[in-house]
Design a protein around this ligand. Sequence first.
Ligand code: UTP
Length: 289
Amino acid sequence: MAEPVRTAVFPVAGLGTRFLPATKVLPKEMLPVVDKPLIHYAVAEALEAGIEEIVLVIGPAKSLTEDYFKGAPALERALAERGKKAEIVAVSEDLPAPQKLSFVRQEEPLGLGHAVWCARQYAAGGPFAVVLPDDLILARPGCLRQMMEVYAALGGNLVATEDVPREHTNRYGILDVVEDDGRLARARGLVEKPDPAQAPSTLSIIGRYILQPDVFEHLDKQERGAGGEIQLTDAMAATIGDVPFHGLRFAGRRFDCGGKLGFIEANLAFALERQDLAPGVRDFLKGYG
Ligand code: UTP
């Protein structure tokens, strides 16, 4: 049995340049899909998967994200006075207890690997998860929970994966696959953003990881990779051989909310999941057929 995963790290200290000008003041993870910020979905997915400790890696400025996770007693009182029970649930459900939540600052956006390294004091004690809120996943059970089930049997490093068109391999970390049963693939290597012609496969890593703490030994070296950034993919690749590395094609649909098209698609898809909104959205879309 693999050692249980209790901690999840949420790196949200990037610049979010694809969402400027909104991200000039609004952290990307606070963009709402329908009515909930991306970070709320991500944290709820982790709690559903049994995660006990939530660590957010945020940028150096004072952050709305920190405020969002604080209790809102005055608002809850005002809602109670107005008998707004559903709204009281909405502001507090799926949020971690304050003592289970920590914030770490990444002073400079030096890359995803560096952001994870910033959380080492919380994460280095055992296996841990990394969740990128911009990859919003519509799945039941959630993607991380599906991964936990596979991880319990396999151990090692496990990432969520998706097949991408070959012309898009230069946007993702790509697995060099040795075995593949259509659901689970075992990798002998990883390459960050390879040119389509050089990509060892078209199986891409998306923003859910379960990692062994050994990855910190490599992140400690602070080596720069693709784009001059300290890449998580490079540190994970360096551990292959010491620990097995698998990619899981999860059941569900991923929306790349780091970009505008994915974000718009996510809003439509999540609205279509809601009884109160689906008929109106369908009617609206008919007009655009
Ligand atoms: P992205 O690659 O989407 O980068 O990061 P970004 O900077 O947020 O967005 P663009 O490309 O400029 O529009 C993936 C995740 O890793 C975090 C981001 O906040 C996002 O959740 N990240 C990235 C960090 O926390 N620190 C970094 O140095 C880089």
